[in-house]
Design a protein around this ligand. Sequence first.
Ligand code: NAD
Length: 487
Amino acid sequence: MSDTLAPVRPGKLIINGEAVDAASGRTFETTNPATEEPITTVAEAGAEDVDRAVRAARTAFDDGPWPKMKAIDRSRVLWKLGDLVLQHADELARLETLDNGKPIFESRQVDIDMVARCFHYFSGWCTKLGGDTTTVNPNLFTFTLREPVGVVGAIIPWNFPMIMVGWKAAPALAAGNTVVLKPAELTPLTAIRIGELALEAGLPPGVLNIVPGKGSIAGEALVRHPMVDKISFTGSTEVGQHLMRTAADGLKKITLELGGKSPNIVFADADLDAALRGATMGIFYGKGEVCAAGSRLLVERSIYDEFVGRVAERAKKMTPADPLDPKTRLGSLVSKHQMERVLHYVDVGVQEGAKLVAGGQRQPVNGKGAFVQATVLAGVENHMKVAQEEIFGPVLAVIPFDDVEDAVRKANDAFYGLAAGVWTQNLKRAHTVARRLQAGTVWVNMYNFYDPGMPFGGVKGSGFGRDLGAACLNEYTQPKSVWINLE
Ligand code: NAD
């Protein structure tokens, strides 16, 4: 049997360089949402395990070699981890697809590449982080050291489980921090495997600890732990708000990457074939379980009817299918619970007066799974729930607009501000609209592109702080001012 078809091993906690069981001996089952069958069991971290992991990270930071290592040696370890991700690409991609339900095409061709690039890109930063010398007074030598913050608690969601390990751990480690990472309970497998690969790459014990478990127990223990210096969170708004309140008690730094309801704006002068691809890929990629999904499609009124027709036609061709089939482009939602939530929103949209022009139904594959059709709601008004609330599924709300002012007003009339798309061939309009949109990322004549070198994060209800790019290193370092008296 090839490695990629082998049964999945039970998952353990990774604490202080070892794969271990939970202190309580508790485990939980992780399920394949496409087949509804169990994949394997996973050790379930409790507060005691989180405490052990945090203490290991604390010791590794305070006394261990990682922050004191030569920058080039830290860089080499992270680069090697990127290489190991590529070497285990088939195995990791399969684990991700089994656990999350996303098409293997996405796990293998997109996610693996992103994870590897995160470790490769941030390995380069190890040798380039530095402070400033300043000119306060000729009788003084004043400079800043750029230091790691210490122990980072990373809490990640289920939609991009392995990419999120790269987004959080790579910059934190590059800056010399140690990390305790809690994967989402629905999708713990790839984080555990990357934790094992990190040890193989030469990461010293305690530097990267993985504690799968419940948010309300393991996550809560991590955020409350007095030895954690910083929390980096991606997930829902409600949990983000709760974590911020909790972090305030311990005066911990916190970064929040929350949801979105991102507008994808199509002007009549756009290359409409490209815009059509961007509009559908913008929502149906990742089954719409993407925080930056272009879930509000704003279309100029003069082309509205025709464009809606083309979007609906394209959506109807996107049939949900077996996620392990390389040809599949629409997989299973992450869980039945998420499926119910998404289908409920479709009903709400119809009750609010939207017109269902494609999809809207569950469509099991081989009689099973949390598959939902690619769904398009037309005639949506911006105040409706389906235009304002994050659905987190393959459901597109299409809203007409009259002119640039109307487009910008509707785009910004939202609680969230994560991302936005603009489709136009008018250069001046592209630039001016990009500036006026309240979003952390704006894509012009493209959608859903990411790179470790480009910061990602939100404004308004989408949170604050940034993942990726040079900007995210500010989240994981702090300046120390040193004054030397030369008199
Ligand atoms: P969530 O916010 O409940 O979970 C995200 C992570 O936080 C998980 O690891 C979870 O275990 C942990 N967590 C939950 N409660 C916690 C607590 N009290 N203390 C510490 N950690 C805790 O998100 P979810 O249940 O996975 O998804 C719910 C909704 O969140 C989705 O439907 C979607 O709208 C949104 N979401 C957004 C993103 C994003 O990328 N922005 C990702 C996933 C989900």
